[in-house]
Design a protein around this ligand. Sequence first.
Ligand code: VG1
Ligand code: CO
Length: 529
Amino acid sequence: MHIKTILTQTYHDQNPGTSGLRKKVSVFKQVNYLENFVQAIFDSLENYQEKSLVIGGDGRYFNQEAIQIIIKIAAANGFGELIIGQNGLLSTPAASHIIRKYGAFGGLILSASHNPAGEHGDFGIKYNINNGGPAPEKDTLAFFERSKTLEHYKIAELPDINLDEIGTQSIEALKITIIDSVADYAELMQSIFDFDLLKQSIQSGYITLAFDAMSAITGPYAKHIFVDMLGAPIDSLNNAQPLEDFGGHHPDPNLIYAHELADLMFSDKAPTFGAASDGDGDRNMIMGKGIFVTPSDSLAILAANATLIPGYASGLKGVARSMPTSQAVDRVAKKLNIPCYETPTGWKFFGNLLDADKITLCGEESFGTGSQHVREKDGLWAVLFWLNLIARRRQSVLDIVEEHWQTFGRDIYSRHDYEAVESSIAQEIMSSLREQIQTLPHQTFGEYTVKYADEFCYHDSVDGSTSANQGFRIGFENGSRIVFRLSGTGTVGATLRIYIERFEPDSEKHHQDPQIALAQLIELAEQFC
Ligand code: VG1
Ligand code: CO
């Protein structure tokens, strides 16, 4: 194999955010841009020679081209085997599983998740370590540092590899294995959930479902699992064909971007259960007939009911949520007498807790839920969890949620995003908040008295590392909270996220519209910034 060393220009903007390096396609297509970043990753890693690397992506525009480039750079840098999803496709949770199952050294996941795709959309790349999870901050910082001094990369002179045929081929000492993108993941799901019960509930018509794959990666996974394995009619799936540009849509499963599903679930024609997933398959939106379940509530409900699922029958070790996620799961943990950890936003912070067996379930308010089974959030796993719950409890989603609120109270919750804010303005808002938090404690605003105000700094109890500047928290005497942070996944200007929550113990008041119930806090949040 002939290996060339290419002299390259250095880029200074390759700083991975919440979940990998995300940029406009036009940025990634600059000369040597992708090559540099991949080389910077490899230069920062050690002892991977002759080991295996998993490669796959969400199928967006530039996915296939990028994979061909990565194959050649990985070959030149001495990996022994490349395990690649057929046609370059792997959902993020499936990639995590493949890394773990085949004991790979790590993996490269090509995705910009819920960001729009296509020639004018976004592209992204993320490195996952051998536990199957996103590289921790110390690694992503090292990638960035290396990228700023990189002058050369190594690339093997190879023909393009045919990605559509399953099987192994060898090029000298390098093995290239193309695997079925779905099979291993489907088998994992079958080992966690009661597929016989699910099949019976779906085939008897007790559960009817509508799943929207948003023209992204989960289509083939949903077809295999829901239709082929569980017997759901094919018309239960919408937008199940992955498209390079996701059909020109925003593959973000929420009430705005998945509004067709939302309209259906609030109509007379609603099936028992509705769900959607995002571009790379790690997010989930859960709906029942006439109800949308907030991700924070979903996490709490899954935790409270986990022992009904075969894979979690022996109970939970602990739970974790990202800092801005509502405190609903904390109440469940308290009742179950298990620990509840608060981590910064981004799945990479759950990895250590999962590896150390301190937690079994974890989640984020941004439509992400997951467990011990992989080291990424997992959209279809959450959907199957809910289906298994409905089948076991023989109750509607609405009844399950309302009973949960009656038992634990409701954490009324909302997130407001201010997108494409000029970066300098966003920075000013953050600086001003940093000043204000000094003086906020004990001040009273209407019925809200500030109990604490701080800038969240996380101490990882497993490896002792510290992650500072993770957003501002303002907590009130009555348990309400306002959180401010800047997004680390946007590609245009800055995105300010404001998270607002209020606890409502009185079940007579559980049916309020969150925007109305939270109106005073929303006003206060705007006043602070
Ligand atoms: C957002 C979410 C965060 C999530 C991240 C990646 O990050 O808030 O909870 O982990 O996206 O999700 P940010 O920094 O924009 O708030 V995904 O589905 O893009 O891998
Ligand atoms: Co995603």
